[in-house]
Design a protein around this ligand. Structure first.
Ligand code: 5GP
Length: 118
């Protein structure tokens, strides 16, 4: 996977269909799919179709899109049976622990989450 901001990433290949992936949700703005290395019993990602490398590259023009990603996380979490709660995470940049430079929201649930994260 690419660690180069702006480069083609594994998520770009998933979006283009170059790498097969079962979406658990999709619409014209975003898709959701399960994380390949789940950190909780339920762990999926919501990503925009727009190739934004990381949260800090967003502008005020992305306000509606960012809201849509969070709202989609809420809806898919309910569909995934996470009524007891769940966590949203956006890892941003090197210190944030980001490894794939295509913006994504992690949704994790199905167990008690700890705080603070490592
Ligand atoms: P980050 O560390 O950038 O916040 O999170 C990237 C996430 O993408 C990781 O949790 C990693 O397991 C997941 N991931 C990386 N490559 C793939 C892939 O090819 N398919 C799926 N479904 N998830 C991936």
């Amino acid at each position: 996977q690419s660690a180069k901001p702006g480069g083609e990433t594994i998520f770009g290949k998933i979006l283009s269909g170059a790498i097969p992936c079962d979406f658990i949700y999709e619409d014209e703005k975003c898709v959701a799919f399960n994380d390949v290395t789940p950190q909780a019993p339920v762990h999926f990602l919501v990503i925009p179709r727009k190739p934004i490398a990381q949260l800090s590259d967003c502008t005020d023009d992305d306000t509606q899109l960012l809201g849509h990603l969070v709202n989609t996380a809420r809806k898919v979490a309910a569909e995934q049976g996470l009524a007891k709660g769940y966590r949203l995470t956006i890892n941003n940049g090197q210190n944030g622990g980001q490894s794939v430079y295509h913006l994504h929201v992690h949704i994790m649930g199905g167990r008690q989450m700890g705080w603070p994260p490592g």
